[in-house]
Design a protein around this ligand. Structure first.
Ligand SMILES: [Zn+2]
Length: 404
């Protein structure tokens, strides 16, 4: 049995007494149908309403297109009985968000179409944002300037606070006589939504979703992002409360950054560019200093290693990283005529360099894990990484003894 949809007559109805007509289990979930409903079932790209039937939470609302029955999926159907009256309460915040967003999408699409001959070719509505895939009829690109103009024009329609009217048409033929932006191919009982005076609307589009009674209630329309998508421009849009929430969030983030850089929000980009340039200078300087340090340490090694008489020459480096030591050892490979351990104190990592016999990688493999170390490498160069300094020292001690 087709369910009477109270939201079509009064989109602001938040509560109503409904009579339970049917209860069923469907795909493992319990569903309840009533004679009437205040809940919009998912459709036309708009997510479904949520709320409560009596004390029980509704988790989904879907329409059976063949019968016109609206099924409310509930957390627990054990308390329901056919013929029973239940008091339904709508999650109004969620619904009003959807109304603002859906209507915002109509207004923006209408402006793009009228100003630039740009069509809405695909639409998706998430919990608090929408995406619209736009393309110009003549194939020309959509510029940032066009987006700015359409966004402003859309907000001007919001500020004009014009009526939003839904008119019903029995057939697609009748609906087509209206100045609809998108072609209506088939169907019956078609609802057409007009933004403004239906004889000269800002937008006119067939839609089954829920919309506020006036454009002013949309509050705000924001285009947040525009990116290429399959030859079209995919725009991320917010309207109403979600648009305000996004704007507040961005404003707070921008203010915090401006405070950090001691500048105005309007000069943040320049300040950030200057900061990047400064960071580049620091990075370059650091790299030069690291090279100079590595060169100096390499010279010291060249001098110290040949004179060393023990089985393993250990050199400790408080500042150099394991990567820097490894790179230095690789460049100076020829000087390791006897085994050496280059220990990066800050990385707790031993870089082991040998002439090939004994094999450095094999030594790490055989002894590092005894002290919780890990790593590996080639015959001439390997590294062993530890979590404790003491373990790294014990490892080097063990290698020294092994090589004696
Ligand atoms: Zn709509």
């Amino acid at each position: 049995m087709a369910t009477e949809r109270l939201y079509q007559k009064d989109v602001y109805l938040r509560e109503a007494d409904l009579t339970v007509c049917a209860i069923r289990e469907y795909k493992g979930k319990m569903q309840v149908a009533c004679d009437r409903t205040i809940f919009f079932p998912e459709g036309g790209g708009q997510p479904c309403d949520l709320g409560c039937l009596g004390e029980v939470k509704i988790t989904d609302v879907k329409e059976d297109k063949e019968t016109g029955t609206v099924w409310h999926t509930v957390e627990d159907a054990s308390g329901f009985a056919e013929g029973q009256t239940v008091h339904a309460v709508l999650d109004w915040t969620r619904r009003f968000d959807h109304m603002q967003m859906h209507c915002g999408e109509h207004i923006l699409s209408g402006r793009f179409f009228e100003l630039f001959g740009v069509e809405n070719r695909g639409f998706h509505m998430g919990e608090d944002y929408m995406t619209i895939d736009m393309a110009a009829i003549d194939g020309s690109p959509i510029t940032d300037e066009m987006i700015d103009k359409a966004e402003l024009a859309a907000n001007e329609v919001v500020w004009a606070n014009v009526p939003v009217t839904t008119l019903w048409f029995d057939t697609a033929e009748e609906a087509k006589s209206q100045p609809v932006r998108k072609e209506i191919k088939f169907g019956e009982d078609i609802s057409v939504v007009f933004i403004g005076d239906p004889s000269a609307p800002y937008d006119c589009c067939a839609c089954c979703g829920t919309h506020p009674a006036t454009s002013g209630q949309v509050g705000l329309i924001s285009v947040l992002k525009a990116e290429n998508y399959k030859g079209m421009t995919r725009m991320t849009i917010k309207a109403g409360r979600p648009a305000l929430a996004e704007s507040v969030l961005r404003s707070k983030i921008a203010s915090q950054l401006a405070q950090k850089y001691s500048c105005e929000v309007s000069t943040l980009i320049e300040r950030e560019a200057a900061n990047d340039a400064k960071n580049d200078d620091v990075r370059r300087e650091l790299s030069e200093l690291k090279s100079a340090l590595a060169k100096a340490e390499e010279e010291k090694l060249k001098e110290a290693l040949p004179a060393f008489e023990g089985s393993l020459a250990v050199f400790r480096y408080p500042l150099m990283s394991a990567d820097d030591l490894q790179s230095m050892a690789r460049k100076a490979e020829a000087i390791f005529t006897k085994p050496a351990a280059l220990y990066s104190e800050k990385d707790k990592t031993v870089v082991l360099a040998t002439p090939g016999t004994p094999a450095a990688g094999q030594l790490v493999k055989d002894y590092a894990n005894m002290y919780g170390g890990k790593g590996g490498g080639s015959k001439t160069l390997a590294r062993a990484i530890f979590t404790k300094k003491a373990d790294a020292e014990l490892f080097m001690d063990l290698i020294e003894k092994h090589l004696r």
